[in-house]
Design a protein around this ligand. Sequence first.
Ligand SMILES: Cc1ncc(COP(=O)(O)O)c(C=O)c1O
Length: 379
Amino acid sequence: MKAGSKYIHAGTVPDPSTGAIMTPIYQTSTYVQSAPGQHKGFEYARSQNPTRKALEDALAVIENGKYGLAFSSGVAATDAVIKLLSPGDEVIAGNDMYGGTYRLFTKIFEKFGIKFLYVNMSDAASIEHYITNNTKLIWIETPTNPLMNITDIEAVATIAKKVGALLCVDNTFASPYLQNPLDLGADLVMHSSTKYLGGHSDVIQGALVMNDADVREKLYFIQKSCGAVPGPMDCFLVLRGIKTLHVRMQRHCENGEKIAHFLRNHSAVAQVFWCGFEDHPGYAVAKKQMRGFGGMMSFTLKDDSDANARRVLSSTHLFALAESLGGVESLINHPASMTHASIPREERIKNGLTDSLIRLSVGIEDVDDLIEDLNRAIG
Ligand SMILES: Cc1ncc(COP(=O)(O)O)c(C=O)c1O
């Protein structure tokens, strides 16, 4: 099936009891058994739920994987992956990634004896210097949040395979419409389904997709033992969101391209971070592994003061000042004080995330209105 048909039909069959075309929201905590141990595959809703199962099957289909698992948030999905590890294990992670992932690694898991090394992943070969016998996981985000750096997934997968480490790719920014990491050799794909998969800013959820049955069993065990499962209503919302992913992503890409060029040509804008520019350092890799460049971008102003950035951030009308991304409505964000505030300032600045950086999640409104809104705000 081609992408458009896949997104609409993935994982869903008419409900066997009624023929309902939409997967019902099975709002139940448990399932009646005819005799002890005799049930229809569903025992207790932390372990299994039919709405979640339909979503998990859909997640596998849209990421070209065998197994999907849904979690109560993106960070809960990341948390489950790290729980595959043991004290003494090492993780190589990008030095430019979502602040909440960094916080989870440094503030929660380091104290349990897992070591994290933060590396510039733009040059895949440089990762080899950080590999030790204890390297068990490589964690990448590409494009990165918020600087839109690109990592060559295939090249990192080759390194990971050589040393027997798992490679997990946070595919939130690209979405499965633009990039499928499993096809490029990754072992695991992680999503904050809160973003493009849900697509309507009305749900918090996470996902993992994989091919290996053993890894799936371990992660399923973690999912049911730790209990960070999404409710059936939220699973329904993400299932519904997936049905229009291709249509929304096409428009996110079109609008993103126009806005990136508008910003680049604006006399008050200093630098625009968007991986679709031919002179972006990751352009060749992005072109190779992505089917488009998406609607996420960041920019800095020539008047690089915090006050000027804050003025712009507070002056848009269509772009709402809010955390999150990937919804139909456009959002504007200040990573230094919002999404990435949990990263120490020196660490942020060292990796290029300046105090005045502004991040946009370009939505699917009329692009002329969006440009006018930004033009007025930037001044
Ligand atoms: C790239 C990326 N990964 C993971 C997450 C965490 O997802 P959630 O907020 O659904 O827990 C986010 C949230 O912003 C994100 O942007």
